[in-house]
Every structure is written in structure tokens, then in C-alpha cells.
Design a protein. Structure first.
Length: 94
């Protein structure tokens, strides 16, 4: 039970740090990284919630695990797209 709360606290910490970086970061690269940290916090929260039924003797929720795997793929591709756009934005002549 303690590990469940530890994972929830870590997810909340990741969400908080990412939100702070998104709010305070004027640079575009910092904002992209902050969005990735927020995404990692949300993924950790979803995996923690999928683990919750195991504590009561039931099987884990596999739908949440599938959503997290799909979300990871989407997050990686969205990050690559955002970094490519940032590279083009910085490479263009003023």
C-alpha cells in the first residue's frame, strides 16, 4: 500500500515540476521539455491507478496500461515534431 502512495506522490511531483517549468519558462525548448515532464506524470498516475485493483486481490486494469503505451508513442512523435518545428524556427533567417 505504501508503494501505491509513493507512486501517486511521485506523479503529483512530476505534474507540479512540469507545470512550474511550463509557467516560468520563456524559452520554447524549456516549455517542450516541461510538457514532456507533465506527460510523464500523467502516465505514472495512470499506471498507479491501474495498479489499485491489485491491492484488493483483483487483476490489474489492462486498458489503462494500453492507453499509457499508446500515449507514450504519441508523446514521442509529438515531441519530435515540436523539436523539428523549433529547429526550423531557430534556423530561419531573421
Amino acid at each position: 500500500m505504501l508503494s501505491f502512495y509513493l507512486y501517486l506522490a511521485t506523479a503529483a511531483l512530476l505534474l507540479g515540476v512540469g507545470s512550474l517549468g511550463l509557467w516560468r519558462g520563456p524559452e520554447l525548448l524549456r516549455r517542450i521539455l516541461a510538457l514532456n515532464v507533465i506527460g510523464a506524470g500523467i502516465f505514472m498516475l495512470m499506471v498507479s491507478l491501474a495498479y489499485r485493483p491489485v491491492l484488493h486481490g483483483e487483476p490489474a486494469d489492462s486498458v489503462l496500461h494500453a492507453l499509457v503505451l499508446t500515449g507514450l508513442v504519441v508523446a514521442v512523435s509529438a515531441t519530435a515534431f515540436a523539436l523539428a518545428l523549433l529547429g526550423r524556427l531557430l534556423a530561419r533567417p531573421q
